[in-house]
Design a binder for this molecule. Structure first.
Ligand SMILES: [Zn+2]
Length: 407
């Protein structure tokens, strides 16, 4: 392990970052309280606060009574609209282009349909063109933009610059997406896997400092997951932590998965697999409730909500499919509880909006846990609300970590 000292610039960056992080997490406070919180001398705080006020990154906002009688202390807070980050969330067949302020509030966002196995070149041209047009429409000047974040489906390279495998989202592998978007937009670009970006966004908004480790499970089309340790997301040595959707769970005769293997968890328990299996069975004789619910619909219009509703209304064959899915997913989650001993398991995705489905999964997980774990299992309080923020927040996070010093 290399040991290195801190030079003056690094110390300044660290101190500014600590101040920005505390102001982000706890809101405005006096210089005195800020100094106590990040354990710096009042003189050091006065210096960095003065500097950041001068840059417009902080603002003074009212006063609070001081502990010393008769005096008042001035509050300082983050000037959240001082800078803005652009973002693109890239999924199979759909992207969201957006811009967020430093507090994660959204300036604009727009979904854009994409073809599957889209050409990288055309995708970059289409998305960057629309993003720049929206920025212009909203009067966002280039000097206020701190960068572009990409939250992408698939596996990124170790340096986070190349999309190594997008599992069919783009028509080629090893696409240098960061460079391509930098050339197209002129903004420095960072990239992360989309599930890790969503989880990172949840951690950005979540001010709960208690949990030392959380497991984020997203079931939207497929199954994705991410793991944090001390509020830091562990990407994994090969940038694949925690791709639990591709754990093989069917030994014989499993369906082909988007990763190329057969019998992955995703082919049994993901919303898209459930939907496909239900459609294969759909008939008046085999799935009478599901049939009655969806007979007017073309297959492509049948949703996971229809499937879950049929199960709730007592369709036996659909219930058997759901049981199989919940058991397989529950088994993998239980393994995780024993392996990682996390403080929380956060469930994210539309599937968990269905109360019956959610409680079925919770019961399944609890069945195998003996009560000695202190794990909290719950639906994300930000369910469906992070898609338009996650990509931009990758940049905001890096900016706050760098003490608001632009490269
Ligand atoms: Zn797979």
């Amino acid at each position: 392990m290399p040991y290195e000292g801190d030079n003056m610039m690094d110390i300044k960056r660290t101190n500014r970052s600590a101040a920005l992080r505390i102001l982000h997490e706890k809101g405005g406070m006096s210089r005195k309280r800020l100094a106590e919180n990040i354990k710096l001398t009042p003189a050091a705080i006065t210096k960095i606060v003065g500097e950041m006020l001068g840059e417009g990154l902080l603002v003074e906002s009212g006063t609070v009574p001081s502990e010393s009688a008769g005096r008042r202390e001035i509050l300082v807070e983050l000037n959240t609209h001082h800078r803005c980050a652009l973002g693109i969330l890239l999924n199979l067949r759909q992207a969201i282009v957006s811009a967020v302020w430093l507090d994660g509030s959204v300036l604009f966002s727009e979904p854009i349909e994409l073809p599957s196995a889209a050409s990288a070149e055309e995708t970059v041209a289409l998305l960057s063109g629309r993003l720049l047009a929206l920025a212009k429409e909203h009067g966002l000047e280039a000097e206020r933009v701190i960068g572009l974040g990409l939250a992408v489906r698939g596996i990124t390279s170790a340096d986070g610059r190349t999309l190594s495998d997008s599992f069919g989202m783009l028509d080629e592998r090893d696409v240098p997406l960061c460079r391509l978007f930098e050339e197209a937009t002129g903004f420095p670009t960072v990239m992360a896997n989309n599930v890790r970006a969503l989880f990172s966004a949840q951690l950005f908004f979540d001010r709960d400092e208690e949990e030392s480790s959380e497991f984020f499970l997203r079931c939207e089309v497929g199954i994705g997951a991410a793991l944090s340790i001390n509020r830091q997301i562990w990407p994994g040595v090969s940038r694949q932590c925690a791709e639990i959707g591709h754990i093989p769970v069917v030994r014989r005769g499993g369906k082909r998965c988007s990763c190329g293997k057969k019998g992955c968890l995703e082919t049994v328990a993901s919303p898209s697999a459930l939907r496909e299996d239900a459609l294969t069975l759909r008939s008046e004789a085999q799935t009478p409730v599901f049939w009655a619910l969806t007979r007017e619909k073309a297959p492509e219009d049948v949703t996971i909500e229809d499937v879950l509703q049929a199960a709730e209304r007592g369709d036996a064959a659909i219930n058997a499919l759901l049981d199989r899915a919940v058991t397989a997913l529950g088994d993998v989650v239980k393994t995780l509880v024993y392996l990682v001993d996390p403080g929380a398991i956060v469930l994210y995705g539309r599937m968990f909006d269905n109360a019956a489905c959610l409680s079925r999964l919770l019961r399944e997980i609890e069945k195998g846990i003996d009560g000695r774990h202190r794990v909290r299992i719950e639906r994300s309080p930000y369910n469906h609300r992070l898609e338009d923020k996650a990509a931009g927040l990758l940049v905001v996070d890096a900016y706050l970590n760098d003490g608001g010093i632009r490269p």
